[in-house]
Ligand binder design. Sequence first.
Ligand code: CMP
Length: 136
Amino acid sequence: MSNIEQTLSIIKPDAVERNLQNQIKQDFINNGFEIIKEKKIHISKEEAEKFYKVHESKPFYNDLCNYLSSGPIVVMTLQRENAVMENRKLMGATNPVDADEGTLRKKYGISIDKNSVHGSDSLENAKIEIDFFFNH
Ligand code: CMP
């Protein structure tokens, strides 16, 4: 039985700055994802705070929001079978030093903050995050 899902992916400022967006988009396509929607934007700190609200209580929240609003990002809706889990597998561990060989964060990530990509962590959050960027 097929289980087609959509998930939200963000190519973060460190990757856009290094002009890696086409390479990363090709990685998604090579791994069976279809890019349904896509836009390059530069969000404000307030928007980043809303987006990362689940991390509000974390010690890294302020730095995280400053970072996501520090430069252009590429936001995409990705679709494939089991998209949420498959995207998380493709991204690898949050910290690039812990990420498996061949994953996006291993290939492109610089640090736990500059880890090149964000992906929704559940189907429920995927809907909220897609809505946040594309239905406002
Ligand atoms: P992301 O998947 O975008 O979700 C939240 C981000 O917080 C995460 O990737 C990391 O880039 C960043 N972050 C910074 N410090 C930490 C930490 N100690 N644990 C988890 N995430 C962190």
